[in-house]
Each structure stands twice: as C-alpha cells, then as structure tokens.
Design a protein around this ligand. Structure first.
Ligand SMILES: *Cc1c(COP(=O)(O)O)cnc(C)c1O
Length: 448
C-alpha cells in the first residue's frame, strides 16, 4: 500500500528539494503527485487524468507505459540489470552503438555512453579539448557558444551555456568562452537584419579567434531552454562551413532536438550537416530511463589511439555508462520508430499543429509563436503592439500552467514562454485537446 496523499505531501515538503524550483512558493501550492501513465496521459493519486504536454520534460517519445518498451526492459531485467562497460561489453549496449552509428548523420562512427544530457555534453567538451592536445595544437582550448544556449547543469555544460541567470551566478567556477549573438530576438524590430547580424557575428568571432578555438557548440535548428529560439534556414549549414574553413570542431547538442522532435530523426538532417561530435539524451531511451550518448567521428577517435604508456586513453566514464536496461529500452524505442512509422505519421500532426498555432496568431497576449516540428514556444506579452513583456513577478507563464492543470493538461513554461512538446505518439484528437486546453489556459492567465 502506498502512503495516502496527505502523507506523501508532508514527506515531499519535508524531505524533497525539487529541481529548478523555488521551494518557498512551491510548498504553498497544491502538490500534484503523478501515480501512473498511459499513452499521452498521466494520472494523479486521485486518478485524475492529465495530457502530458511536455513529454515529462521533453523525453517521452512513444507515450507512457508502452507495452513494447516495458517488455524490452523486463526481458533484459531477467538477464542482468547492470554490468559495467569499463573493460567489459554488454549485449544491448553493443547493439545500440551499432544502431546509433547507422541512423545518425554519416561519419559519426563511435558511441560514448553516459547517463544525462549534461554528461553527454561534458564528454563532447573533453573529447574536443583533448583531441587538439593530442594533435599537438594545445592552444586550441576555447569554446564558442551561442547566446541563450543551454547544454545542461554540470559545470562544463554551464560554462558553454548562454543563459545569464544560470551562468552569472557561478561564473568564478566556469572556464572562459566566446559567445556568438543569439539567432533570434522577438523584440528586434528587424528580424531578418538581426539574423544576418548573428551569423556575421559568429563568423567574425571564429575568424578572430580560430587559433585558440577547439570547437563551436550549438543546439542545431532550435534552441530549447532559451525559450524555443529557432535558427534561420541555412544557419546550421553555414556554421558547418565556417567551422570547416577554420578547422574548428562542431559539437551538435541534440539532447532536445534528437529522436524526431523537429520532424526529422535528428535536426542536423534538415541541413545535411554532420557534426564532429553529437550529443544525445532525453528521448534516446524513449524517455524511459536515464541514458545519453556522445557520438564522434573516426578522425577524433583515431587521435586517442596509441601505446598504453603514451596515456592517450580518454580518461572518462560513469558508473552506469552503457547500462543494459536503458540500452534495451533505447533499442525497443528505435524498433518502434520503424514499426509505428513514427516520422511518416508525424508529418500530418506537425501540419495540424501549425494550423492550430496559426489560429492563435491574433491573440492579444501571444506576442510570438515559434515552431520547429513538435517543438513549440508561445511567447506571452502584456502589450502586443509594443512587444512589452508581463512583469516578472506576475509569473504569467506559471499561471498558464496552473490553469492548464485544472483543465487537464501538464505544461511547464520557460519564464513567460509556454512550451508545447507532446509525445510524438499523440493522436490528432489528443493534439486538438492539448491545443484547446492551452489556449483556454492562456486566456484565463492573461486576463487582467
Ligand atoms: C535538457 C538538455 C540538456 C541536459 O540534459 P540533462 O539530461 O537534463 O542533463 C542538454 N542540452 C540540451 C539541448 C537540453 O535540452
């Protein structure tokens, strides 16, 4: 028997520290406790149903409680739950590496596992840094990032992040970086000019500092935590060209965009780009278990080869690296991509979502709508004509989430940007329900 709701609330408030949460206000609000999930819905302790509009933080791909994924994990559990990759192999981790090398942009041949998006980024940063040392160019030790970038919360990942409130607080602990301008700013009066400027800005930075640059890191096509900031078409391909011209490595962080989110399996496919290093997480295991991977080209891998006593070994690894249960879930998830024809079916859903979003364009408090596939940000504003935001203390984004909850959907905003990231398995009827609830919740929360 589970403890009753009130006991759970008491224990939560007494013992739990929630991530990215101001606990002072949190403990005053009614706590929603999720007990189970089914498809795109999650259910609370009173068996009330909510549509999971953000895929349990951008992770769930095929819905909750999918029999195929459950079965894959259970079957693996009957064999072994964990065995280390330090010096040993395990069956699902080997099979998954082969599959990932096959489906990611060609040229990425080696898979290095870890357990979160942040660690996938740490691995990429350390590989890039060490690669240049091994190549005899140790002065190439700096990273170029984009304003607004989010790559995770461990210190290396924060160092290459471009969101001030996360970054400034810890700045003494972070290594120095170069920062290229954001690709998009809703408040710019001339968006096209702004986008051109941001590309020029990046090119100038690379031209000026390439001798000390190890890599450029970015979230391809759409920056997530920045507030769903899209890049103009051609941007990614251009960055690849610039990186090539100056022989700088390109790290693509597809932790959020990977596994179908933008309508293609990987966002890099939109521009036919192969990065030198690719970071995967979130949807990799279908959103079931913590699993991440960093893929590298053979060129990078080869630099780390040598006689033992030369110590070219990549000295990095986590306890649960290549965990067999998580790898089994990931394999089953990739099978579902094929058997369910997820990407083929997704195209219609994306069109439908685009139509529904277009209907919100004239909303007096929706200043901007940004979409790439199944990644959406709706920017709330107090004054649409003047592009004026709501006062921060009003917590309008949060009010939308509370209103949506009453109406039967789970959302999670980024400040005053309402995010929609439903599971890829969502039906058109369910997507209609999500859009109905979202627009009603925005009406309720933006009313004066
Ligand atoms: C979520 C996210 C990360 C961090 O992943 P965690 O699993 O939360 O550590 C890194 N990069 C991007 C683009 C993300 O969206």
């Amino acid at each position: 028997m589970n403890p009753d709701y009130q006991t759970l609330v008491d224990w939560d408030h007494r013992y739990l520290w929630h991530p990215f949460t101001q606990m002072q206000g949190f403990v005053q609000e009614e706590l929603l406790i999720i007990a189970r999930g089914e498809g795109v819905y999650v259910y609370d302790t009173d068996n009330r149903r909510y549509l999971d509009g953000v895929s349990s933080i951008w992770a769930t791909v095929h819905g909750h409680n999918r029999p195929e994924l459950n079965q894959a994990i259970t079957a693996q559990l009957g064999k072994i739950a964990h065995s280390t990759l330090l010096g040993l192999g395990n069956i699902p981790a080997i099979q998954l590496a082969q599959r990932l090398a096959a489906i990611t942009p060609s040229g990425l041949t080696k898979v290095f596992y870890s357990d979160s998006g942040s660690t996938a980024v740490e691995v990429a940063l350390k590989l890039a840094y060490r690669y240049w040392q091994l190549r005899g160019e140790p002065q190439r030790r700096r990273f170029l990032k984009l304003a607004g970038a989010y790559h995770g919360d461990t210190l290396g990942a924060v160092a290459v992040g471009g969101i001030d409130i996360f970054h400034e607080t810890f700045k003494d602990l972070l290594f120095p970086t170069y920062m290229a301008p954001a690709t998009y700013c809703y408040r710019c009066p001339d968006r096209e000019h702004c986008q051109q400027q941001c590309l020029t800005g990046l090119e100038e930075l690379v031209a000026a500092h390439h001798q000390e640059l190890a890599a450029i890191i970015l979230e391809p096509v759409m920056q997530g935590a920045a507030g769903m900031i899209p890049q103009p078409p051609g941007y990614l391909a251009r960055v690849r060209q610039v990186a090539d011209r100056y022989e700088v490595l390109l790290i693509a962080d597809e932790v959020a965009t990977g596994f179908g989110r933008t309508g293609r399996m990987f966002a890099c496919e939109h521009e036919d780009v192969t990065p030198d290093l690719l970071c995967l997480g979130k949807g990799l295991s279908g959103g079931y278990l913590p699993l991440a991977a960093t893929l590298a080209t053979d060129q990078i891998y080869q630099q780390f080869l040598g006689d033992y006593q030369k110590f070219k070994t990549f000295f990095h690894g986590h306890t649960y690296t290549g965990n067999p249960l998580a790898a089994a879930a990931a394999l089953a998830s990739l099978d579902l991509f094929e058997s369910d024809q997820v990407l083929v079916k997704l195209a219609d859903r994306i069109d439908y979502l685009t139509q529904r979003l277009a209907a919100l364009a004239d909303h007096p408090h929706i200043g901007d709508i940004r979409q790439r596939g199944f990644m959406v940000g709706l920017e709330l504003v107090q004054d649409k004509a003047r592009r004026e935001p709501f006062p921060v203390a009003r917590r309008t984004g949060h009010q939308v989430i509370l209103a949506a909850r009453k109406l039967g959907a789970i959302l999670r905003p980024l400040g005053d940007v309402v995010v929609l990231m439903p599971p890829l398995s969502i039906s058109q009827a369910e997507l209609a329900e999500l859009m109905d609830i979202t627009s009603q919740a925005i009406d309720v929360a933006t009313r004066e």
